[in-house]
Design a protein around this ligand. Structure first.
Ligand code: FES
Length: 107
């Protein structure tokens, strides 16, 4: 089971265990990670699951799709080069140790 760490805007770190095949958003909501709202339930329609991927991990994620790219333009918090939608990050053993930073707002 991959372990992932969310870093809150106040620098608090929250490490959770994810199930294989689960998205980072699903793992976050199942573990009550505040800061991931996921209003659309993972259908790439809301951008309230926005995260900033730790630079060391960015190149290890699959490239984003057009829908994700377009949605990130409308994210509530500033879009950065390392912005992704956590519902589009599927977790597996290769992503064990992934670090994701939470933006200061999702709405
Ligand atoms: S949960 Fe809505 S876009 Fe990710």
């Amino acid at each position: 089971m991959p372990s992932i760490t969310f870093i809150h805007p106040d620098s608090r770190r929250q490490q959770i265990e994810a199930g294989d095949g689960e998205s980072a958003m699903q793992a976050a909501t199942r573990n009550d990670v505040s800061g991931i709202l996921a209003e659309c339930g993972g259908n790439a329609m809301c951008a309230t699951c926005h995260v900033y991927v730790d630079e060391d991990w960015l190149s290890r994620l699959p490239p984003m799709g057009d829908d994700e790219d377009a949605l990130l333009d409308g994210a509530a918090a500033e879009r950065r080069a390392n912005s992704r939608l956590s519902c589009q990050i599927k977790l597996d053993a290769d992503l064990d140790g992934l670090v994701l930073n939470l933006p200061d707002r999702q709405l």
